[in-house]
Design a protein around this ligand. Structure first.
Ligand SMILES: NC(=O)c1ccc[n+]([C@@H]2O[C@H](COP(=O)([O-])OP(=O)(O)OC[C@H]3O[C@@H](n4cnc5c(N)ncnc54)[C@H](OP(=O)(O)O)[C@@H]3O)[C@@H](O)[C@H]2O)c1
Length: 271
């Protein structure tokens, strides 16, 4: 039995949809904080179970009978909250006798800015638990950078304004990261592995060129200083500081194909 948490979220939904193409619905349990939000999965024969990271008893029941659990990291960025919630989930998985736990961590979890500390703490909790585990160190989603809104704005104005410092980005699509998780959940040989899941490197100059080519309208990248980045300054500071500049082949190896590139994302955004 494969048990997946966070199924009402973007990543968890992709994972469940991909798993449904790989294993019978009866071999899956989908854990939702609000099961009514996953009613369509129940209609398709998936065992939808209530599970709240703040409620240990709900997780004990949600993880019962699991051979493998995908613990999708909590979106609660209150300092310390995520690590506490994940600790509760790891304890419940251990008590339930789960065979393996797969955790969605983040790139640079142990060296990056403080908001990633919860991921490093969770990885340590997993190591200390004695459970067999697989860590998926997910990069940030390409979808946050390249989507119908950002592409349409670039076409309208003829420019993309970003404080990237000329650095590359290794972002990956939610879909590719979800497919990789499904591969790890259903395949063999991932016990104890830690994967650095990153897409192929791209730059804002290349994004402008891709939008120009796909839209037929000239678009240029205009670099601005961080001080002018406004609401986007936090992420831009990561980009210009090189947070996303290290490549890894782990994602394409798990997918068995290259990760989805920005040109495909731009095409999809314009469609
Ligand atoms: N790599 C990236 O760029 C990136 C970006 C954003 C977030 N993340 C991290 O990756 C995770 C998955 O990403 P996502 O895009 O799928 O996030 P998402 O769409 O925000 O989904 C988060 C999921 O966590 C569930 N959840 C929230 N609090 C919970 C609790 N107390 N107990 C049980 N489930 C709870 C949500 O359920 P409800 O529907 O009940 O709220 C939802 O199913 C996020 O939670 C976050 O830790 C990564």
């Amino acid at each position: 039995m494969i048990v997946v948490t966070g199924v009402t979220g973007r990543l968890g939904r992709v994972v469940v949809e991909e798993l449904l193409t790989r294993v019978p619905a009866g071999g899956l349990a989908a854990v939702a904080r609000t099961p009514e939000k996953a009613a369509d999965l129940a209609d398709r024969g998936v065992d939808v179970r209530r599970g709240d990271y703040e409620d240990r008893a709900s997780l004990d029941a949600a993880f019962a009978g699991a051979d493998v659990v995908l613990l999708v990291s909590s979106p609660d960025v209150t300092p310390g909250a995520r690590a506490r919630q994940h600790g509760t989930a790891i304890d419940a998985a251990k008590a339930a006798g789960v065979g393996r736990i797969v955790y969605t961590s983040a790139i640079n979890a142990d060296t990056g800015p403080s908001f990633l500390a919860d991921h490093a703490t969770t990885e340590a909790l997993l190591r200390d638990s004695g459970l067999v585990s697989t860590v998926l160190r997910n990069t940030f989603y390409s979808d946050l950078f390249v989507n119908p809104g950002t592409v349409a704005a670039a076409v309208d104005t003829g420019e993309i304004v970003y404080a990237d410092g000329g650095r590359s980005l290794n972002t990956a699509t939610i879909r590719d990261l979800g497919l990789a998780a499904a591969v790890v959940l259903t395949g063999r040989g991932h016990e104890g592995a830690r994967y650095e899941l990153r897409g192929s490197l791209w730059t804002y100059d290349e994004l402008a060129a891709a939008i120009s080519a796909e839209s037929g309208k000239p678009v240029v990248h205009r670099e601005i200083p961080l001080s002018e980045a406004g609401d986007g300054a936090f992420v831009a500071q990561l980009v210009s500081g090189g947070f996303f500049s290290e490549p890894s082949e782990d994602l394409e190896k798990l997918l068995g194909r290259p990760a989805t590139g920005i040109r495909e994302l731009v095409r999809a955004a314009l469609a």
